[in-house]
Design a protein around this ligand. Structure first.
Ligand code: CO8
Length: 377
């Protein structure tokens, strides 16, 4: 017996954008001051060949290699202080809303308003991002309470694919009838786990939070609804993007400033290995739905590198990745981990007509790839 599922839609999106911008020029100036200070402090060891001198970063390299021009951050002063080089956040008491929940609630309220819903309509909250502020209680449960939502909440982390993987969980929960209206939030405070003191990666990330409302089409009342035609997820283990920070560091007598306890990667290997995987993944997903890449009006791709997205589009449709086919937001936001493809969807969908379809796709650490095919209603 064939079971037919009810139509499920994304009925609202929201975006929290932090108050501070760091341009490439400001970033490079701070990094170069840090490098000079370090080299002066360790001049003897460098002269004795016991230590490698730090080399300057450059705006030209960053823009050519990545396409990133600036990033938003929650705290700018700490990041640009050459004696610190990471953000400064004021600790909050257990009775105060935590920072990660605060930005999630901001994005969630926008998404709820777009969908014509209130917190009370939500019966599941999935907080899904590349890192969590704490181990427990789950961020999602705090967000659920702050919004006055019912049901349940849980956290999940699939690095850069956290958002698309959460969309699949929400899609399945709604179409099975287990949940009526799911909030997916992706608070990405990347500035706190990026290594700003490493010129190979100091330019890559920015802070942001995205939110999505997912519900049955028959319950949706918002003006802008996107039917989810299908989702497809894939993972394949790789250590090429990694962060070894974790609860066992203390038991291992680790120095908290060890290099492998923040983000590190083999960027060039990632570029080469992930591009063909992402293109093949999208093609296979569309084929499963009886669709061709050329029938897609838009690709809201993961925002890590301009060149990566151009190659993915070339493999899929054989042409140039102009802003109409694959809009770029990383020039303004940098890589925002799992939120990137959702920011692209948030900003660049209003011009599509009913019946037109597109693919939201993330790719990154894990490796992980998630695609969501959507059609405007
Ligand atoms: N300024 C000047 N020169 C530099 C700099 C710099 N800032 N950085 C590196 N160089 C030098 C290198 O030392 C190297 O010099 P040499 O040739 O003498 O050895 C030269 O420039 C070329 O370096 P690369 O080969 O590294 O340069 P690439 O052209 O490969 O560009 C990129 C580097 C931009 C990192 C590129 O490889 C890239 O974008 N790769 C894809 C990476 C990617 O997509 N990663 C996904 C990460 S996101 C994710 O999965 C989520 C993780 C969780 C979130 C974490 C939040 C903190």
């Amino acid at each position: 017996m064939q079971t037919s599922f009810p139509a499920v839609v994304i009925s609202g999106t929201g975006l929290y954008r932090p108050p501070h911008v760091i341009t490439n020029a400001e970033l490079v100036e701070a990094f170069n001051r840090y490098a000079d200070l370090q080299n002066a402090e360790h001049a003897q060891a460098i002269a004795a060949g016991e230590r490698t001198a730090l080399t300057h970063s450059s705006v030209e390299f960053i823009e050519k290699a990545s396409g990133i021009k600036q990033r938003y951050v929650i705290d700018k002063d700490g990041v640009l202080d050459p004696a610190r080089m990471y953000p400064r956040f004021t600790p909050r008491g257990d009775d105060e809303l935590s920072l990660m929940a605060e930005i999630a609630v901001d994005a969630a309220k926008q998404a709820l308003s777009a969908a014509g819903k209130t917190g009370a309509d939500i019966d599941a909250v999935l907080c899904s991002s590349a890192n969590m502020q704490r181990a427990y209680p789950a961020m999602a449960v705090e967000i659920q309470q702050a919004l006055g939502a019912g049901g349940y909440g849980f956290d999940m982390n699939v690095a850069c694919s956290s958002a698309t993987f959460a969309v699949e969980q929400a899609f399945n929960a709604v179409r099975s009838g287990a949940s009526k209206c799911v909030l997916v939030v992706n608070p990405e405070i990347t500035s706190a786990h990026l290594e700003w003191r490493d010129r190979d990666c100091h330019f890559i990330f920015g802070d942001v939070c995205t939110a999505l409302i997912i519900e049955r089409a028959e319950d949706a009342t918002g003006a802008d609804q996107w039917e989810i035609l299908g989702t497809q997820l894939a993972t394949q283990f790789s250590s090429n993007i990694r962060n070894n920070f974790g609860f066992m560091n203390r038991a291992e007598d680790r120095d908290p400033s060890d290099r492998d306890l923040t983000f590190y990667q083999e960027g060039r290997k990632v570029f080469k290995e992930v591009v063909p995987m992402a293109a093949a993944h999208i093609e296979a997903h569309l084929a499963k739905l009886g669709l061709e890449p050329t029938q897609m009006r838009r690709f809201w791709l993961h925002q890590a590198n301009l060149g990566m997205n151009q190659l993915v589009i070339k493999k899929l449709v054989g042409g140039e990745a102009g802003s109409d086919i694959a809009p770029l937001i990383l020039n303004e936001y940098a890589n925002t981990a799992s939120a990137g493809s959702i920011i692209a969807f948030h900003h660049h969908r209003a011009d599509l007509n009913p019946g037109e379809a597109g693919v939201i796709c993330s790719f990154g650490a894990g490796y992980s790839i998630g695609s969501v095919v959507v059609k405007k209603r």
